[in-house]
Design a protein. Structure first.
Lengths: 211, 146
C-alpha cells in the first residue's frame, strides 16, 4: 500500500499528545495503523510526551528503567500477566468488527450512502460510500475534519486519494472530490463537532444541483 | 496528572492507576522496542482519555504499534533511545516560548487545537502552524537517528 496523503504534523502531534477530539482520533488511529510513516512520527512524538513528563518537577521515570527487565515477577514469568488495560484490537477492527462488507448502509440517493458509527466522546464519526463518478460531498468549513479512504479512491485538485490516504486539509482549500471508476469509494469520516456532521447529512439530503 | 486537568484526588488516583497499569503490563514491555518513558507517557495519556474525558483512547501503546509494524528490530536500541531522548529534550528547550507553550498545552493539559486557540486568544491557524514548526524542529533533531 503506497500512501501519499498523510496526517498534518499538527494533527499528528495532537494525536500523540492525546489531545485530538475523539472522532478525529479514531480516524487518525486507523490511518496510523495503515501508514508506516505516520506510525514512525507518532512514536517520535510520544518521545516528546516522555521528555515533557521527565522534565516535570519530581519526575523519576529514568530510574525506573532497569525495573523493566524480563522476569520482573513470578506471575509474569509464568506468562500470567493480564493484558495491559489499554490493549485492544486495531482501531479499524474496533470500529468495524464485522468488516466493511457487513455495514448496513443508509441510502442517501445520488450514489451516496452513509453509516453512522457509535462514538464515545466528542465529535461525530461515520462511513461514507460514494459511487464512481459521484461527488464526495464537501463537508463545509470551520471545524476540523478527517477523511480516510478505506476502499476505492477519489480525486480532487489536491491529488488522488487511495486506500489508506487521509485528507487532512486546511479549511482554506477549496476542493470538490470525485469518486474514481471502480468499486464504490468508502471513506471513514470524522468531524470535530456533531452539529457539523448533522449539517453534512442535511446537505446530502438536499438536491445536488443548484447548491 | 494534575497538569492533565484532574483535581488533586483524581490526579492521585490516576497516578496510582498508571503505576498499577505499568506494573501489570511490565511483562509486555520490551526494552529493545522503545523507551520506558514513552511507554509510561502513553499509558498515562490513555488513562487520562479514558477516565477524565470518558472517551475511548484510540491511540495504541507504543508496543502495539511496534507489534503491528513489519517486525523490524532496532540494533543498539537502548543507546539509540537514550540519544533520542536527549535530543528531544534539547530540541524542546530550544523552542521559542510561543511554540513551547502550544506543545505543553497539548501534551500536559490535553488541550485540542481549538481549546489552545481559545485559551491563548489566538487564531486556530496560528496554533496549528506553531505546533507544525515545533514538530518540524524536533523531527530535524532526530533525522539521522531514524
Amino acid at each position: 500500500m503506497s500512501i501519499t496523503h498523510h496526517l498534518d504534523d499538527a494533527t499528528l502531534m495532537s494525536f500523540a499528545a492525546g489531545a485530538l477530539p475523539a472522532a478525529l482520533a479514531a480516524v487518525a488511529a486507523a490511518h496510523v495503523t495503515m501508514c508506516a510513516r505516520c506510525r514512525s512520527d507518532v512514536m517520535a512524538l510520544e518521545g516528546v510526551g516522555a521528555a515533557l513528563l521527565t522534565a516535570l518537577p519530581g519526575a523519576r521515570i529514568e530510574r525506573a528503567e532497569p525495573e523493566f527487565a524480563p522476569g520482573l515477577s513470578p506471575s509474569q514469568q509464568r506468562g500470567e500477566a493480564s493484558a495491559a488495560p489499554m490493549q485492544s484490537p486495531a482501531p479499524l477492527a474496533r470500529l468495524l468488527p464485522l468488516g466493511l462488507d457487513a455495514v448496513r448502509w443508509r441510502r442517501l440517493g445520488l450514489g451516496l450512502w452513509h453509516h453512522r458509527l457509535p462514538l464515545k466522546g466528542n465529535g461525530a464519526l461515520g462511513l461514507l460510500r460514494v459511487a464512481p463518478g459521484r461527488i464526495v460531498p464537501e463537508h463545509g468549513h470551520g471545524g476540523a475534519e478527517l477523511t480516510l479512504v478505506l476502499r476505492g479512491s477519489f480525486h480532487d485538485a489536491t491529488g488522488r486519494y487511495r486506500t489508506g490516504d487521509v485528507a487532512d486539509l486546511d479549511d482554506s482549500i477549496e476542493h470538490e472530490p470525485v469518486a474514481d471508476p471502480g468499486p464504490d469509494c468508502v471513506c471513514l469520516f470524522a468531524s470535530e463537532t456533531p452539529a457539523r456532521f448533522r449539517g453534512l447529512i442535511a446537505r446530502l439530503m438536499q438536491p445536488w444541483h443548484g447548491l | 496528572m494534575m497538569r492533565l486537568g484532574a483535581d488533586a484526588g483524581t490526579a492521585e488516583d490516576l497516578a496510582h492507576e498508571t503505576l498499577f497499569a505499568v506494573w501489570r503490563s511490565a511483562a509486555l514491555y520490551r526494552a529493545e522496542k522503545g523507551s520506558a518513558a514513552s511507554w509510561i507517557f502513553a499509558i498515562a495519556r490513555n488513562l487520562r482519555i479514558d477516565r477524565l474525558r470518558r472517551e475511548v483512547p484510540w491511540q495504541q501503546l507504543p508496543q502495539e504499534l511496534f507489534e503491528e509494524a513489519s517486525g523490524e528490530t532496532l540494533p543498539d536500541a537502548a543507546l539509540a533511545e537514550k540519544e533520542r531522548h536527549a535530543r528531544v529534550h534539547t530540541a524542546l528547550s530550544g523552542l521559542p516560548p510561543e511554540q513551547h507553550e502550544v506543545v505543553v498545552l497539548a501534551y500536559l493539559e490535553g488541550l485540542s487545537h481549538g481549546a489552545i486557540a481559545q485559551r491563548l486568544g489566538l487564531p486556530l491557524g496560528t496554533v496549528k502552524s506553531r505546533m507544525r514548526i515545533a514538530y518540524q524542529k524536533i523531527r530535524a533533531a532526530l533525522e539521522d537517528l531514524r
